[in-house]
Design a protein around this ligand. Structure first.
Ligand code: UGA
Ligand code: MN
Length: 243
């Protein structure tokens, strides 16, 4: 089965670096389609160049977050763009395919793709370097998920990170109201609830959820302000230009 890897991203000084690193990792994986979904009104030129050079199948989308959410105290990150990618997968994705959300700043062991490739409904595995417990993982008993180990329960039914699950495209298309809410911290839980999956039906991956194959790494913010990414005139020599 093909894997649709959905990466939300947005313009800031680290964007080209993050997507270069991630794209080169993804270039090592067979039979994937990378959906780079920008939280922006237009597709950034350096990212288009990167995608063309990498040579893997891709779709480049641009869908800005509505201003009303940007004003919130806790801004829900990457929702408008993930929603657009979800619509793309519903419209063009193969029923036999698998959907996986991978943030632009995370680190992944490519063996995880072969774990998730057999997903039919919803599959899960641990995510490293996250929250107060350093790992977030489904708790597995006799091969079934019975709960979650996560430092931030927050009343969530599915206490998982965005990189901790995959979904069968055919299964997703059969569900009526699949969506991701504009609620910071509850994007995963809201999306998984909309898939109508029971916890005991979740497919357990990564050696009974004992192997960590993806990490919620974060990149320190670059202090450079007012970067105009569109001003990268040369894709090979990235000249950072202030507005
Ligand atoms: C965590 C989760 O891993 C995210 O999946 C979740 O969306 C987020 O929390 C949340 O609850 O808001 P975190 O590392 O805290 O992620 O957030 P970021 O890495 O800053 O953003 C998550 C993704 O959304 C990234 O791929 C980022 O490029 C993208 N993003 C961020 C946007 O598309 N627009 C933004 O304005 C900010
Ligand atoms: Mn992040």
């Amino acid at each position: 089965p093909i894997i649709y890897v959905v990466t939300p991203t947005y313009k800031r000084p680290e964007m080209v670096a993050e997507l270069t690193r991630l794209g080169q990792t993804l270039s090592m994986v067979q039979n994937i389609h990378w959906i780079v979904a920008e939280d922006s009104a237009t597709c950034s030129r350096p990212i288009t160049g990167l995608l063309q050079r990498l040579g893997l199948p891709y779709t480049h989308l641009a869908t800005p977050m509505p201003d009303v959410y940007r004003k919130e105290r806790y801004v829900p990150r990457g929702v408008s763009n993930r929603r657009a990618a979800l619509q793309w997968v519903r419209d063009y994705g193969k029923n036999t395919g698998v959907l996986f959300f991978l943030d632009d700043d995370n680190a992944i062991d490519i063996r995880l793709f072969e774990e998730m490739r057999s997903t039919e409904t919803v599959s899960m595995w641990p995510v490293g370097l996250i929250g107060e417990y350093t790992v977030s993982s489904p708790v597995v008993k006799n091969g079934k998920v019975v709960g979650f180990y996560d430092g931030w329960p927050a009343g969530r039914k599915f206490q998982v990170d965005m990189a901790g699950f995959a979904v069968g495209v055919g299964y997703m298309k059969k569900q009526k109201k699949v969506t991701m809410p504009y609620i910071a911290g509850h994007e995963e839980d809201g999306f998984l609830k909309s898939l109508n999956i029971n916890i005991n039906e979740i497919e357990v991956k990564a050696n009974g959820c004992t192997d960590i194959l993806v990490w919620h790494t974060r990149t320190a913010k670059n202090p450079l302000r007012n970067l105009n990414i569109e001003s990268h005139q040369n894709d090979n020599i990235k000249v950072l230009t202030d507005n």
